[in-house]
Design a protein around this ligand. Sequence first.
Ligand code: NAP
Length: 288
Amino acid sequence: MQVELLGYPVAHSLSPALHNAAFAAVGLDWRYRAVEVLPQHLAPAVEALRSDDRAGANLTIPHKQAVVPLLDELRPSGVQTSAVNTIVNDRGRLVGHNTDMAGFLQDLRAHWQVPTGGRAVILGAGGAARAVAFGLAQHGLDLWLISRSAGRAAELAQSIHRSLSSKVEALPWTRRSFSQVKRHCDLVVNATPLGMRPQGDLTPWPDEVPLPPSAFVYDLVYAPGETKLVRRARQSGLPAAAGGGMLLEQAALSFELWTGLPAPRTRMQAALDAALERSPDRRAVPRA
Ligand code: NAP
């Protein structure tokens, strides 16, 4: 059986190392491979997943929302977020799930006691931001969404308002917005690719605006291991985590959906650690 990661770019992805180690650990002769798919080629790439030898796929940047109309069925996690990161091929029927939301919350809770009634700022309004926003709103946090595309953030704010009671405000990607939110913010989540290869020297939070004085900083970017944003947070005395833990947890949940077996999390963690250690970015980036 084959499982594919469809995205653009995907060369940075550690998912093949993680999943191939997991398949080997449970004795499955399955293969996971990353496939670079441009947006205009997404539909045929998804159609090909109906074949008997495909168990399904993962979706990554920029396909998580675009894939939704190409599927036969959405499970509740996909319906709520309108974003899919996992497809299961159920005998030719393509079923969409979102394991990012549960994966994010699980890893966030492992690092930080998530308050009910706090305030979070989410940077970006794409597929991953949707999962984060719905997860945090379900937990009772109010949200600011700072996004380059005003329409995407406004649409996300409206979909959360339709089903949950959290206050959600969409703000433009300006220095003024960052200054406004920093005073009352308990959690900062980067859900943009800024800080990810080949933009590893970039950070979404403007250099000239101090980080919020007592926030937890969570960067969904996981390669390189310690992003510029995480390094800056730690240097400012703030607790912070990069997205390796979320990567592991969402992958474990996807593995369980494809195979019906419990994920071998310890083996997956070891494979992730080894892949991060091998990453050229890891060696290039000094650790705080
Ligand atoms: P996506 O759907 O393409 O969304 C990307 C978001 O980032 C969009 O809001 C986009 O704004 C914004 N953005 C991109 N470049 C920007 C820039 N230069 N300045 C400001 N905003 C910018 O991608 P995604 O699937 O949500 O993924 C986002 C990031 O999260 C990726 O780095 C991905 O690897 C990471 N991720 C990690 C995990 C994990 O397990 N750790 C899971 C999921 C995603 P526009 O709408 O204006 O383009």
